[in-house]
Ligand binder design. Structure first.
Ligand SMILES: [Zn+2]
Length: 118
């Protein structure tokens, strides 16, 4: 694969149109979190798993009332940011996978170049 895989996974929770991240049952001090505190919209808060089996095992224990998704953390080679969304293909070489925001930026830049040249 051409993207820089970190081989870390997080649990995504489908919440309306958004994806939230599973934070875990306890905070960094080991204090038990209330059920609504166990989910965050920020990837930085997400509990990371480097072992997919451990993730699947914990996923089994989670309440079945919500829809979960296993997400792999990827790092964008362009902006170095971590993301879990479906990557975009860079227009520079048509094979490097970059984050969706950089994908949009490249598209806008290409459009502006085209606009200037014509
Ligand atoms: Zn990026």
């Amino acid at each position: 694969m051409s993207f820089i895989g970190i081989c870390e996974y997080v649990i995504g929770v489908i919440h309306d149109q958004d994806i939230w991240y599973y934070v875990g049952e306890t905070d960094s001090d080991g204090k038990k979190l209330k059920s609504k505190e166990r989910y965050s919209s920020f990837l930085v808060d997400a509990k990371r798993y480097d072992d997919e089996d451990v993730l699947r095992w914990e996923l089994e224990e989670l309440p079945k009332t919500m829809a979960y998704k296993i997400l792999e953390i990827q790092r964008c080679p362009k902006c170095k940011k971590e993301f879990t969304e479906h990557p975009a293909l860079s227009r520079e070489d048509n094979e490097t996978e970059i984050c969706p925001q950089c994908g949009v930026r490249e598209a806008v830049e290409a459009y502006e170049r085209y606009d200037k040249d014509s």
